[in-house]
Design a protein around this ligand. Structure first.
Ligand SMILES: [Mn+2]
Length: 246
């Protein structure tokens, strides 16, 4: 373990010539003791390799819908805006960070990308697929805690939030359909919508469907998520039995 602040690669949306990141993401990393390192969409494999080597962890942020081609489905009515270049960049980075066993924290779209890249599928539009589901696209302010999620016992998520129920904000219309192999569900809403997943084999590959970055100043579970992620990024190798060391 080192006292140096870990460097966290943070993914962004490229839109109309701008690289866009909501400031709450970088503020939450700073608050948790990390250094946010904002990365644009890229296409250069050598640069990406160097980035993965330089960075201590990857934060996959929220954004537009995941291209259903990524999980072997055709576009359905209700599918929103796609950002294929971002999908491609994030997919390559995710695979490389996971291969290096560096921590990945995936928020909202990030969780969906994680599940798709790891071999799962997505509900393209919750309202169409599940008309009786809760409202998962809240119209309340970003930091309003809209719905409850039940946290699974014995999960990494439970060890971080230390509560079997948390209230969360919600800004998504897509969700996990089929869970990726090698992952487990760690949180669920009362309507059955998956609200969190984590890797069974990697030391810290965790996704949440809500937006803890908007809650980092006000909600204990939210800041703990960022602190646990940044803490995991301080370790250069696996801890404990069963981990592989380098
Ligand atoms: Mn939700």
């Amino acid at each position: 373990m080192t006292n140096k602040k870990p460097l966290i690669a943070v993914t962004t949306t490229n839109d109309k010539g701008h690289t866009f990141l909501h400031r709450d993401y970088s503020d939450a990393i700073l608050l948790a003791g990390g250094i946010p390192f904002v990365i644009p969409s890229m296409g250069d494999a050598d640069i990406e390799d160097e980035l993965v080597e330089a960075a201590d962890g990857l934060l996959l942020t929220g954004g537009e819908d995941i291209d259903p081609n990524l999980y072997g489905e055709e576009p359905a009515p209700g599918l929103g805006t796609l950002t294929p270049e971002r999908d491609a960049t994030e997919k390559r980075l995710l695979v490389k960070f996971m291969a290096a066993d560096k921590p990945v924290f995936a928020i909202c779209r990030g969780l969906q990308l994680l599940n798709a890249v790891a071999g799962g599928t997505l509900i393209q539009d919750i309202e169409r697929a599940l008309p009786n589901a809760l409202q998962h696209r809240q119209l309340a302010p970003r930091d309003h805690l809209s719905h409850q999620v039940e946290v699974e016992e014995g999960t990494l998520l439970m060890s971080i939030v230390r509560a079997s129920r948390v209230r969360v904000n919600t800004f998504h219309h897509q969700a996990v359909k089929q869970l990726a192999p090698g992952f487990r569900i760690n949180a669920t809403a009362v309507d059955g919508i998956v609200e969190g997943i984590e890797s069974l084999s990697q030391r810290f590959v965790l996704g949440v469907q809500w937006h803890p970055e908007n809650l980092a100043r006000t909600d204990a579970a939210a800041i703990r998520l960022f602190e646990a992620f940044v803490q995991a990024c301080r370790f250069k190798e696996s801890i404990g039995a069963g981990g592989h060391s380098r």
